[in-house]
Design a protein around this ligand. Structure first.
Ligand SMILES: Nc1ncnc2c1ncn2[C@@H]1O[C@H](COP(=O)(O)OP(=O)(O)OP(=O)(O)O)[C@@H](O)[C@H]1O
Ligand code: SF4
Ligand SMILES: [Mg+2]
Length: 352
């Protein structure tokens, strides 16, 4: 069981938006068409505290990687705010942006292509220190070795090896060490174990969990695998079409999901908890394109409880008494109606 995280928010997104222009080229112009806008992130609120691991789940294309990359400023936000340790990050540039990029690291899913095959492990991990002009040569070597120890790769055994000598799990540990060497306070881990053999996945996840607790790191853990989210996260945020639709303590959300989308996402995935039998709710249809976001609630095209108000008005983010927030009219304007009672019956069956 994880220790309670510190109360201080390390990273905060407020109404964060990242829109991409699509088809702005000459052929679009010649055809007399206007470029379109993909609303990949469309008003995300999220807080991650020091020492906390927050899971981010949702179907493919809902904006998880865009959120991760926007938070570390690899991708420019279109609107809203990012705060790091209480300081605004959204508009910074130059030396301040470089300093932030050292404190906010991202680990990607593919440990095979993310490491330069021509460099030794020691060089790969130490390179960022050189780029940032940190310390003397001896200091850098010591910090590189310390980072390798933190990911449980003894430097005397690993620093002179090449990526081709390593297993997938070891490579991913090297990628994590490369992120740690700059002493970050926030790490995005985007599907960090999805390409690894199942037998080594747990070790890498335990490592992330341990690093978060021991070093007070805020971690955003992006995953399709809700079972692993239950394993290492304190809280979980569920994304749908560029927005967080439900967020809260991991056990509360996995065992008693309230948003109809979360309920269907959980029901679609076996073995969230071997003691829980999943009932009849089904997630039908595909996520609409972010080029064409439905009016009102964005889940309206797939929700079995959709009413007229859902097509007209986007629900507010409502805070519930159990520490979660959910964005659904069933808990606002539709509370107490027959459709809310029907949804509550289905929800009770999911939680059974
Ligand atoms: N550079 C870009 N230009 C245009 N559209 C983009 C760009 N990057 C992402 N998108 C679109 O934004 C949406 C969100 O993509 P994103 O990669 O963040 O989703 P995801 O939730 O990480 O998906 P997956 O689970 O498949 O990794 C998708 O519809 C994607 O096509
Ligand atoms: S607001 Fe309406 S359409 Fe959206 S999830 Fe709730 S009930 Fe379904
Ligand atoms: Mg992704």
């Amino acid at each position: 069981m994880r220790q309670p995280a510190s109360a201080a928010p390390m990273i905060e997104a407020r109404d964060l938006k990242t829109h991409f222009r699509v088809g702005g080229g000459v052929f679009t112009a010649l055809a007399g068409q206007k470029p379109q806008v993909a609303r990949a992130l469309d008003g995300v609120d999220l807080t991650i505290r020091a020492g906390e691991v927050v899971g981010l789940v949702g179907e493919s294309g809902c904006g998880k990687s865009t959120l991760g990359m926007t938070l570390v400023r690899m991708v420019e936000p279109t609107g809203g705010e990012i705060l790091h340790d209480g300081q605004p990050i959204t508009g910074i540039a130059g030396a301040r942006l470089k300093a932030y990029r050292a404190r906010a690291q991202i680990i990607f899913q593919d440990p095979y292509s993310s490491l330069n095959p021509r460099l030794t492990v020691g060089r790969i991990v130490g390179e960022a220190l050189q780029i940032h002009g940190i310390g003397t040569r001896a200091d850098r070597t010591e910090r590189m070795r310390d980072a390798l120890r933190k990911v449980r790769l003894p430097p005397e055994e690993f620093e002179d090896r090449f990526p081709s000598d390593l297993s997938g799990g070891q490579r991913q540990r090297v990628a994590i060490a490369r992120g740690l060497v700059l002493d970050p306070s926030f790490i995005v881990a985007d599907e960090p174990v999805s390409m690894l053999d199942v037998s080594v996945q747990a070790g890498v996840l335990e490592l992330l969990d341990e690093l978060s607790r021991n070093l007070g790191l805020a971690v955003l853990y992006i995953s399709h695998d809700i079972a692993t989210v239950g394993y290492i996260c304190d809280r979980v945020a569920v994304m749908y079409l560029g927005r967080v639709v439900e967020e809260g303590p991991v056990r509360t959300i996995l065992r008693h999901p309230k948003h109809p989308y979360t309920q269907r996402l959980m029901a679609a995935i076996p073995n969230v908890d071997p003691l829980v039998r999943r009932p009849r709710v089904v997630l039908e249809g595909d996520v609409p394109s972010p080029l064409n976001v439905p009016a009102g609630c964005r889940f309206v095209t797939r929700c079995p409880y959709a009413q007229e108000i859902c097509r007209r008005a986007e629900p507010d983010l409502l805070r519930e008494g159990d520490g979660r927030t959910a964005r659904c009219h069933l808990y606002g304007a539709l509370a107490g109606t027959p459709v809310a009672a029907e949804a509550a019956k289905d929800a009770a069956a999911i939680a059974a």
